[in-house]
Design a protein around this ligand. Structure first.
Ligand SMILES: Nc1nc2c(ncn2[C@@H]2O[C@H](COP(=O)(O)OP(=O)(O)OP(=O)(O)O)[C@@H](O)[C@H]2O)c(=O)[nH]1
Ligand SMILES: [Mg+2]
Length: 306
């Protein structure tokens, strides 16, 4: 006799054995067990919030030494639509390492136009960490041109260059780096997608995003995705950010994000940026820290093959 929840399969000796009913029974039992596992997983979340490892990850990232010659720091490029939270993410990462909410990259006061226009390199915690961020203006129709993102990825864009949505940076321009060093090049592309408006994202933005990630893929640059504004996408998560990895709504958004930006689920990191908080807190810190760890590891793997 095989016993399972809501199920009994009789295999008593002497009784004629109906192969098909046994098979159906076993299938139902397997299904039930998988369902129970799924329920358990749902309670625990599909990813853990690594509360106890925060200090360890922070120390590892601070002590981390790059072993690739001619690469002194990893360059991470953030791109996405206007107001996606690119600059806020840079500020949040800086806040996590500074242990207080800081404001370095200018954040948009919720307008339809891109707030970021210049190509600026942001160091973290006064340059004490071996990675830097660049963000570019939004991908909307009157935003950054794909050619300029490609130039940035290949390291051709000079620091402080103001993007022109009408004309791509020409090779003859003073702001064009003809012979970029390995340091100038981008080592990881991060698409930033706001979870709360993912369903209404402009087709042209999605297309641009996919073209850029395809180009990164051709060059061999790793591509990860930050799904920001999870608090605006799910009321339960807004109330308690610790529910980020147990929220069905967030999982649904991740699946939608995966489908739209053509990235596998394991490459998508749902985050909540510091947006209205005036002090840092452990939950936001841990979620941001975990995303940074994956981004830095991907960039590090890339440069190790250069
Ligand atoms: N609630 C919430 N608000 C966020 C989050 N991330 C960013 N914001 C807010 O969204 C607005 C836009 O954020 P930015 O970081 O300026 O966006 P951006 O992608 O840099 O935008 P542009 O530079 O204009 O292209 C700001 O008001 C932020 O405070 C988040 O995770 N949750
Ligand atoms: Mg910005």
């Amino acid at each position: 006799m095989i016993k399972g929840p809501n199920l009994r399969v009789s295999l008593e000796m002497g009784r004629p054995c109906d192969f098909f009913s046994i098979r159906t029974g076993l299938q139902r039992l397997t299904g039930r067990i998988l369902h129970l596992f799924d329920q358990k997983k749902q309670q625990n979340g599909w990813r853990p919030i690594r509360t106890s490892q925060r200090g360890k990850i922070e120390a590892q990232l601070k002590d981390f030494q790059l072993k690739t010659p001619n690469v002194s720091r990893l360059r991470i490029l953030l791109c996405g639509q206007v107001g996606a939270g690119k600059s806020s993410f840079i500020n949040s990462v800086n806040s996590v390492f500074a242990h207080r909410v800081t404001q370095r990259a200018g954040e948009a006061p919720c307008s339809g136009k891109s707030y970021t226009h210049k190509y600026i390199t942001y160091t973290i915690n006064k340059g004490t960490l071996p990675f830097v961020f660049n963000d570019v203006m939004g991908l909307e129709q009157d935003g950054i041109l794909i050619e300029d993102i490609n130039s940035a990825m290949l390291g051709h864009v000079k620091e402080g260059y103001t993007f022109n949505p009408q004309t791509p940076l020409a090779e003859t321009d003073d702001n064009y780096i003809k012979h970029p060093s390995l340091d100038d090049k981008v080592h990881c592309l991060v698409s930033v997608v706001p979870a709360n408006v993912i369903s209404q994202m402009d087709e042209s933005v999605i297309k641009k995003m996919n073209t850029v990630s395809q180009r990164a893929n051709d060059i061999g640059i790793p591509h990860l995705v930050l799904m920001t504004k999870v608090d605006e996408a799910c009321p339960l998560v807004k109330e308690d950010l610790k529910k980020i990895y147990t929220s069905k709504k967030i999982k649904e958004k991740m699946v939608e994000c995966s489908y739209k930006v053509e990235a596998s689920l394991k490459c998508i990191f749902p985050v909540k940026n510091y947006s209205e908080e005036s002090d840092t807190n452990d939950t936001v810190d841990n979620i941001i820290m975990s995303a940074v760890e994956h981004i830095v590891n991907a960039a590090c793997d890339f440069v190790s093959y250069l």
